[in-house]
Write a protein that binds this ligand. Structure first.
Ligand code: MIG
Length: 628
């Protein structure tokens, strides 16, 4: 049962696709305080799930989270905001209910942080729709919510293949070499990603002619080898007279404006840039149509970046900073004035002041960006998805985004942004997945091996052994970091084994994914969702159910060769060693399972189909399976 409490929302976010009539009264089981916070007393045993892309555990209790799409390159435990704003939460205590706070601005979820038995949810501005969902089970609540927000995006089958990315591949030859190395090592691969260096001076929808003299020919050559090229698109558009995308958008008034009605100028990768107004349907259609420049060259998928939107600085704020700097020039450089000087520039990045200084033209009226901030990446993804349906009507396109809001799950997937090559980030990725699934984001995954910092062979092996189960499976790294491709560490055998196994599992993974979309279910579930009466299962934070039949329990600790695994019921342990598959019946309860480096171990409730090894999805025969 879904109840809607409506508190004068300023805009229709489009997150919800079903019409529900609002009711008056108290939004039970919350109480509403005088300062407009929703308060819920949590029973000692109450567990809390959801909130999508956040730091910390599967059970969200014990921290404070703030929905505010943020370009946050340090996913440490102290953070409150990452790239997504996913305001759906489930309390499972004396009452079990879900709550979706449909609000385009900032909202804080204090889940037992200030006071450990109290949840306090505080929208910064009290304009929102609140949906309260009750049901028979956690799964039922999620399904009702998901049917409220509409079907999740389904990527093409080939997007279940493996992809390699690196910010640092600059030119065609870098990409070709990467393809060669994968194929020489006999490691399956379906996608190679183009990061910002393929563009001409970071101008969206252009291709640097020296680096890629013939992108169309190159894309065809790669496709012949079973590999798709997936270019990045950044949100901001370079402000440059004579650059057609800028000229056209400027002339038509499609960029976000300052209070005087002039294009608001920010600094991002292209230098001075302007922001397409994705909340204006005309501007959104116009921007989407630009993808044609690349689909015409045979491109079948994209990743959308910097769409929180990430701002290095606002032009006016930067000018003011230089003025302020002048006033400090003569000052004694004691520690405090040095810190003040440094702060002048640091605070320019993604500042609330800038977000308050530009405006959107929406069908519901004109709003300051600040008030609708969390919709920007979502609307960019929608713009691309709608355009791609027209540009490539016969086939699905691959599309995923960095920033998101619930609603974007209908248009594309998301990747979880700039993590680190840290052991703790394998676990973090695992813990993010079920929350994302609750909010509709099924096609997702993390940068395998970690984006920032240097990866090691062992970290990559363990990360991949988990990520073969994530729908989006992509190894990606930042410029300047140590190479971390599957061929980079000398021993390619172990990676061939693990990635080949991913392909063999695609019949299971893909059909589980499609079933989850069609039935509004979760592809990844905490054990708590399947074993609601099992107190141990409910507290497990490092195992997940994948589809109906598989449970995973990855190793995520450096040098660990074994781990404890909890089986809520008897299952078969399936051990895939290089060249050998073995199975073992295990009883319900705790087990200490040895997982030597390179073995992939998972647990099955029923026979699992395995395809024959294939070097890419084109060669994968989904029907020729054996059961293990
Ligand atoms: O400011 O395009 O999250 O995946 O490699 C960094 C360069 C911009 C951030 C993305 C990352 C990408 C990088 N981008």
């Amino acid at each position: 049962m879904i109840k809607l409490y409506s508190y004068s929302p300023i805009i229709n976010t489009g997150a919800v696709v079903k019409k529900i009539m609002p009711i008056d009264g108290k939004p039970l089981p919350f109480s509403l305080t005088e300062d407009n916070s929703f308060v819920y007393r949590m029973h000692e045993k109450c567990r809390v799930y959801g909130l999508g892309e956040t730091v910390r555990g599967i059970n969200k209790r014990g921290w404070i989270y703030k929905s505010w799409c943020t370009d946050e390159p340090w996913h440490t435990e102290d953070k409150r905001s990452l790239y997504g704003a996913h305001n759906f939460i489930i309390f499972d205590g004396e009452d079990t209910f879900g709550a979706f706070f449909d609000i385009p601005g900032r909202i804080a979820f204090d889940i037992g942080y200030t006071d450990s038995d109290t949840a306090v949810i505080t929208p910064e501005k009290f304009n929102l729709d609140l949906y309260i969902i009750t049901g028979d089970s956690l799964k039922d609540i999620v399904s009702q919510f998901r049917s409220l927000i509409g079907k999740s995006y389904i990527p093409p089958l080939w997007a279940f293949g493996y992809g390699q990315s690196r910010w640092g591949y600059v030119k065609e030859e870098d990409i070709r070499l990467c393809a060669d190395k994968y194929q020489e090592a006999n490691i399956p691969i379906d996608m190679l990603y183009l990061d910002i260096d393929y563009m001409d001076s970071f101008e969206d929808f252009t291709v640097n002619k020296e680096r890629y003299p013939d992108l169309k020919g190159f894309a065809a050559e790669m496709k012949e080898r079973g590999i798709r090229l997936i270019p990045i698109i950044d949100a901001a558009v370079k402000k440059l007279d004579g650059y057609s995308v800028y000229d056209e958008g400027h002339e038509k008034g499609y960029f976000c404006k300052d209070e005087d009605g002039e294009d608001f100028v920010v600094g991002v990768w292209p230098g001075k840039s302007v922001l397409p107004d994705f909340l204006d349907p005309g501007a959104s259609r116009w921007f989407g149509a630009q993808y044609k420049a690349l689909t015409d060259q045979g491109i079948e998928g994209f990743w959308n970046d910097m769409n929180e939107p990430a701002l290095f600085y606002g032009e006016k704020a930067l000018d003011n900073s230089f003025e302020e700097l002048k006033t400090l020039e003569g000052s004694k450089h004691d520690a405090m004035s040095f810190f003040r000087t440094r702060e002048i520039f640091i605070r320019l990045q993604n500042s609330d002041n800038d977000y308050k200084s530009f405006y959107h033209n929406t069908p519901d009226g004109r709003f300051s960006h600040y008030d609708v901030h969390n919709l920007y990446g979502y609307k960019m993804t929608q713009s691309a998805a709608e355009a791609l349906k027209k540009l490539r009507p016969d086939e699905p396109s691959l599309l995923f985004s960095r920033a998101s809001y619930i609603g974007a799950h209908r248009s594309g997937g998301i990747w979880t942004g700039d993590n680190h090559s840290w052991w703790s980030h394998i676990l973090q990725s695992l813990q993010q997945m079920p929350g994302l699934n609750m909010c509709g984001f099924l096609y997702s995954g993390s940068d395998i091996g970690g984006f920032n910092a240097d990866c090691t062979c062992e970290l990559l092996i363990r990360w991949m052994s988990f990520a073969i189960f994530t729908p989006l499976m992509r190894d990606h790294a930042a410029a300047g970091t140590r190479s971390q491709e599957a061929f980079a560490f000398g021993d390619t055998e172990v990676f061939r084994h693990i990635i080949t196994l991913r392909y063999r599992l695609i019949p299971y993974l893909y059909s589980s994914f499609i079933k989850a979309v069609e039935n509004d279910e979760m592809y990844f579930r905490p054990l708590a969702f399947d074993y609601e009466d099992d107190e141990i299962a409910k507290s497990v934070e490092d195992q997940l159910m994948v589809g109906d039949s598989i449970m995973i329990a990855p190793v995520y600790i450096q040098n660990a060769e074994a781990r404890h695994v909890y089986l809520p019921e008897a299952m078969r342990l399936i051990r895939m060693s290089s060249g050998d598959i073995s199975t073992e019946e295990l009883n319900e309860g705790w087990h200490y399972v040895s997982v030597p480096m390179g073995d992939v171990v998972f647990f099955a409730k029923s026979p699992i189909p395995l395809a024959k090894p294939a070097k890419n999805t084109t060669e994968l025969n989904m029907d020729d399976v054996e059961y293990v």
